[in-house]
Design a protein around this ligand. Structure first.
Ligand code: PGA
Length: 264
């Protein structure tokens, strides 16, 4: 069994259309052509800009292997939800992925396990792939409830998601205390949680292929210096990267580490 590494950049609320297109140009320049022009097994590479930057980035990535995703989606198909964007609207822009349940959404915008699940079901129904984020706070880690919190979040996110639909689901483990802090989980800390998530998938789904095939990304201060070590862990199948995704040279180094890991 081999899972294709996914390197995903979460730009958060950074880069307007012009700057975003430039960032893609600079990223492509790091590879001569584009990341997929290298030989051997290829990781999947995704960038997730703000909504209003999507079309510029989609235009700039055309003809390359770079994929584009959004950072959130609403669960309703349409209606009186001022400020929200539906899954069909996202699909129409050409994005293939959407991030759901990022800790910043949970922390600042009242996202709950139940709304994460609603968004996830709507995205899958519209034919989008999802990256669903889970992660404990520092307080929860210190209280020794990390695994219980992760288990609750994973179970909540995946309610009513059947084994077939799981082919379009990626899980991102992002310890809240490591996001944007420069404080990265150790390889062992990350691997431990990833292994628990995979074990939980084994419990939740009768078919062992779900646990074997579902990609689990690490997120939280992944950077050019620590990516290779994290990606070498048996249950870490990629990264969800914030700060370092805004720096073309650093993001390219992470992508190259993924190439190296896949062809090791
Ligand atoms: P960071 O962000 O890499 O800047 O820590 C990761 C994320 O929030 O997805």
């Amino acid at each position: 069994m081999s899972r294709q590494i996914l390197i995903a950049g979460n730009w958060k609320m950074n880069k307007g259309a012009a700057e975003g297109a430039q960032l893609i140009k600079d990223l492509k320049a790091q590879f001569g052509e584009c990341p997929c022009c290298s030989c051997g097994q290829k990781p999947e590479v995704l960038v997730c800009p703000p909504f209003t930057t999507l079309s510029a980035v989609i235009a700039e990535t055309a003809g390359s292997c770079l994929e584009v995703g959004a950072q959130n989606v609403h669960w309703a198909e349409k209606g009186a939800y001022t400020g929200e964007i539906s899954a069909a609207m996202l699909k129409e822009t050409g994005v293939t992925y959407v991030i759901i349940g990022h800790s910043e959404r949970r922390q600042y915008f009242g996202e709950t396990d139940a709304t994460v699940n609603q968004r996830l079901l709507a995205a899958l129904k519209a034919g989008l792939k999802v990256i669903v984020c889970v992660g404990e706070t520092l307080k929860e880690r210190e209280e020794g409830v990390t695994i219980a919190v992760i288990e609750r979040q994973v179970r909540g996110a995946l309610a009513n998601v059947d084994a077939t639909a799981m082919k379009d689901v990626v899980i991102a483990y992002e310890p809240v205390w490591a996001i944007g802090t420069g404080k990265v989980a150790t390889e062992a800390q990350a691997q431990e949680v990833h292994q628990c998530i995979r074990a939980l998938l084994k419990k939740l789904y009768e078919c062992p292929c779900v646990a074997d095939n579902t990609r689990i990304l690490y997120g939280g201060s992944m950077n050019a210096a620590n990516a290779a070590g994290l990606l070498a862990q048996p249950d870490i199948d990629g990264g969800l990267i914030g700060g370092a995704a805004l720096k073309p040279a650093d993001f390219a180094t992470i992508i190259k580490a993924a190439f190296a890991q896949m062809n090791a």
